[in-house]
Design a protein around this ligand. Structure first.
Ligand SMILES: Cc1ncc(C[n+]2csc(CCOP(=O)(O)OP(=O)(O)O)c2C)c(N)n1
Length: 285
């Protein structure tokens, strides 16, 4: 299956609502999961997998496929839902999330999960991997694009900036970084723990094209991804302002829902809210 480039913005919004519901259902109650950072990144992942990326789910190793590296690997439940919906594996498998022996572990393992391009979870490393993939594409004469999704707390890792310098040095214009700028890391606001602003300005100063957008505005995400494809001789960073825990009212903007075990009551409340949103947008729950 190829990426569905003709999927309109309204349909993407509907799918994002359904994906959020599937994430929370798959996580369930009574087990630790990275709720906040999975829900903040959902719209970005939906825009990538249902609009921007070129791939063949029935031929996952197709050399011409675009590559996506989830550098903030702890948000992988959101990626699993997108991969399942795209046909890389069955949606029923989502019920095995983080179970012993499951193909869907708490951090990405490309040896286990169809559709993954890299093992991540140790923060700071994904952009270096993406650089290597982009350089390999160039040396092989393949025209695929490479995307990496980073957390804003992750941008405190020194390796991110070594990699950013490298991407610009090699003029990797096939490379696009998305930063999930939800303003929170594990233990509180980024600007209190270790300031990352001015973030877009930092990417520019490293030789990147950089734009700031609302990371929950599907049109803005699609536009930024399209624009990135037209930039020549330098990579593009899309700093996407998001809300941690987006879609679950009692999680939104709260650092206490970074990696948590929710109760049955909290799960029910979360699912009811997400189902209402899906119904509002005319989706299927
Ligand atoms: C090198 C490394 N240090 C610490 C961790 C533990 N950890 C997992 S998620 C996280 C917070 C990351 O914050 P951010 O990048 O802002 O992610 P988000 O808020 O989007 O979930 C931390 C410290 C890790 N995975 N890797």
């Amino acid at each position: 299956m190829m990426a569905q480039a003709n999927v309109g913005v309204q349909e993407l919004e509907r799918r994002a609502a359904e994906v959020r519901l599937q994430i929370v259902r798959a996580m369930g109650a009574g087990k630790f999961h990275h709720f906040g950072g999975s829900l903040s990144a959902t719209d970005l992942l939906v825009a990538l997998y249902f609009h921007a990326l070129r791939y063949r789910a029935d031929e996952p190793d197709w050399p011409g496929r675009d590559r996506f590296v989830l550098s903030k690997g702890h948000a992988v439940p959101a990626l699993y839902v997108c991969l399942a919906r795209c046909g890389f594996f069955s949606e029923e498998e989502l019920t095995t999330l983080k179970q012993f022996g499951s193909n869907l572990q708490g951090h990405p393992d490309m040896r286990k999960t169809c559709g993954l391009e890299a093992n991540t979870g140790s923060l700071g490393m994904g952009l270096s991997v993406a650089n290597g993939i982009a350089l390999a594409g160039r040396s092989k004469g393949l025209d695929y694009r490479v995307y990496a999704l980073l957390g804003d707390g992750e941008c405190q890792e020194g390796q991110v900036w070594e990699a950013a310098m490298t991407s610009a040095n090699y003029a990797l214009d096939t490379l696009t970084v998305l930063v999930d700028r939800n303003e929170l890391q594990a233990m509180g606001p980024t600007e209190e723990r270790m300031r990352v602003e001015p973030l877009a300005e930092k990417w520019r100063s490293f030789g990147w094209e950089a734009v700031e957008i609302d990371g929950h505005d599907m049109q803005a995400i699609c536009d930024a991804l399209s624009r990135a494809k037209t930039v020549k001789d330098r990579p593009t960073a899309i700093v996407a302002r998001t809300v941690k825990g987006k879609g679950v009212s009692f999680m939104e903007g709260r650092s206490g829902f970074h990696n948590v075990m929710v109760t049955e009551d909290q799960l029910r409340e979360a699912i009811e809210g997400l189902e209402a949103r899906v119904a509002e947008l005319g989706g299927a729950s």
